[in-house]
Write a protein that binds this ligand. Structure first.
Ligand SMILES: Cc1ncc(COP(=O)(O)O)c(C=O)c1O
Length: 507
């Protein structure tokens, strides 16, 4: 584990004690130092050897220097020749800006971390470029737990379907209050496998036919529509509600009145962490005898009334993509269901299509969740409620600050739903692009989820239906903007972003 440190700061932290033991106490002390951000350090020996060798700065250092938020220009004045062996240290410190320290590692650090000498790079938190989602901060605060979880897998070398996969499935069943959970290689594969399981169990065919229609939203990630195609069916894109961005039940019912017989399923997406209107959609599904597959990629931990999203329909599909509310260190997903037959088939499909992978029954996939991912997700699961609460807290701050701007703000729109704010997405109307550029200039990253509705994509041309104008979805693509939100964002950062937005509108 590479931890950057400055010996003098460590000394200060442990009040000049003679020995510095690396352990939770010291780690906590370091993490409490909110005025410094910690980065993997550069071995100082390499740096000095390079600097002393000739007059020019080593190219790797120059490229680091060009990222000006890492280094201040004064370091550029470092020249060879100034550093005679015996006094290099003093001279060096007279040139390095505050926050750059160079020291020998203590013997304890050397023993525990395997480092000898390190250059410490630290700078005030305010100078750090604001990330859209701060995964580094998460790692920094939890690295021991995350590393331990991953280490256990390396120790056992049980990389495929190791015990952590079934443990995670078991724990998710308990958390979500659902009967079966099957780990998959991604959220996309979870959707394909869920739809294929339905075709196999309920239709008695490997794939749906192209005459089989599945209703979904055009305002989602490509994977939602793509999974329908890959399962053999045809997507029908119907418009969204302009406030919640989720499927509009009225349009669904209108379409079903005309074309009801061809439709086999609904595929609602709980976009940005907010539940689709599940009472209406489930009533419609019952009335027209449709299956329901929930795309819960963006809403882990979200609820409709007292039920977790993903557990209301026939199957629920989660994604553990790293940026998701519960995210791994790579791709991963999960199919959940109350139906044993569907669960059994889904479990076969992730393993090439059979209970015995050397003698298979179905057209299957190599679609298993990695043990490494499962292990990490198990370590993260206990934190998910707290992290979702923090997201709601940031959303509350944004709401209070931005309520008087012309932006349309997200909320749970009086739905009996628990929002988990995977994204905090505002509708910025005609100002969207200008606002995005303004914030970028201020160092605030934003995202557009999504710039193109699915029915406008080439892949869906001649492979899908859009029976009505999709005005709300198209408008949303032009006008939405997602602001940084995440459990490791500081409240002050949220406030600062909101203030910049207020300034934009008042100028
Ligand atoms: C709504 C939605 N559906 C499906 C997916 C696909 O998940 P994955 O990236 O894990 O394949 C995503 C992920 O980005 C998503 O946001």
């Amino acid at each position: 584990m590479h931890i950057s440190f400055s010996y003098s700061l460590l000394k200060e932290l442990v009040q000049d004690s003679k020995t510095i033991e690396w352990g939770p106490k010291l780690r906590d002390a370091i993490l409490k130092r909110k005025d410094h951000i910690w980065f993997p350090a550069i071995p100082v020996q390499d740096l000095l050897t390079e600097i002393l060798k000739d007059n020019s700065l080593p190219s790797w250092l120059e490229s680091l220097l060009s990222q000006s938020h890492f280094f201040t220009p004064s370091l550029l004045s470092l020249q060879k020749g100034k550093y005679a062996e015996e006094n290099w240290r003093e001279d060096f410190f007279s040139h390095v800006p505050k926050g750059f320290l160079i020291e020998k590692a203590s013997s304890n650090l050397e023993r525990h971390l395997g480092v000898k000498e390190y250059l410490q790079i630290s700078f005030p938190a305010s100078e750090k470029a604001l990330p859209f989602l701060d995964l580094q901060e998460e790692y920094l605060q939890h690295f021991e737990e995350w590393n331990r979880a991953v280490q256990e897998v390396f120790t056992s070398c049980h990389f495929i379907l190791g015990p952590q996969v079934s443990e995670l499935e078991k724990r998710l069943c308990q958390y979500l209050d659902i009967s079966y959970a099957i780990g998959t290689s991604s959220g996309t594969e979870a959707l394909v496998i869920a739809l294929r399981s339905l075709a196999i169990v309920k239709k008695g065919k490997e794939f749906w036919d192209s005459e089989d229609l599945i209703i979904t939203t055009p305002f989602t990630f490509t994977a939602t529509g793509d999974a329908i195609l890959r399962a053999g069916a045809t997507p029908v894109f119907l418009d969204i509600d302009e406030k919640t961005y989720n499927l509009c039940p009225q349009q669904v019912e209108d379409f079903l009145k005309k074309e009801g017989k061809k439709v086999v399923a609904l595929l609602p997406v709980h976009l940005y962490g907010l539940s689709a209107p599940m009472d209406d959609l489930m009533n419609i599904a019952q009335k027209y005898n449709l299956f329901v597959v929930e795309d819960v990629a963006q809403a882990f931990g979200g609820k409709w009334k007292d039920k977790f999203l993903g557990t209301l329909g026939d199957l629920g599909c989660f994604s553990f993509f790293p940026s998701k509310n519960l995210g791994g260190a790579g791709d991963g997903g999960m199919v959940v269901t109350h139906d044993k037959e569907l669960a059994d088939v889904a479990r076969m499909l992730i393993r090439h299509g059979g209970k015995d992978k050397y003698n298979v029954d179905h057209v299957g996939y190599n679609g298993r969740l990695d043990t490494l991912q499962a292990s990490l997700l198990l370590a993260k699961l206990p934190y998910i409620d707290h992290w979702n609460e923090r997201r709601r807290n940031h959303a509350h701050i944004y709401h209070q600050k931005l309520v008087s701007t012309p932006l349309r703000l997200p909320s749970n729109h009086k739905l009996p739903a628990q929002h988990v704010f995977h994204q905090y997405t505002v509708q910025a109307g005609e100002w969207r692009n200008q606002l995005q550029a303004y914030l970028k200039e201020k160092g605030i990253p934003t995202m557009v989820y999504y710039p193109v509705p699915l029915h406008k994509m080439k892949v869906f041309q001649n492979r899908s239906f859009a029976p009505y104008p999709l005005k709300n979805a198209e408008k949303a693509c032009q006008e939405v903007l997602s602001l940084p939100i995440g459990p490791f964002q500081q409240e002050e950062q949220t406030l600062q972003i909101a203030e910049e937005i207020c300034d934009f509108f008042s100028s």
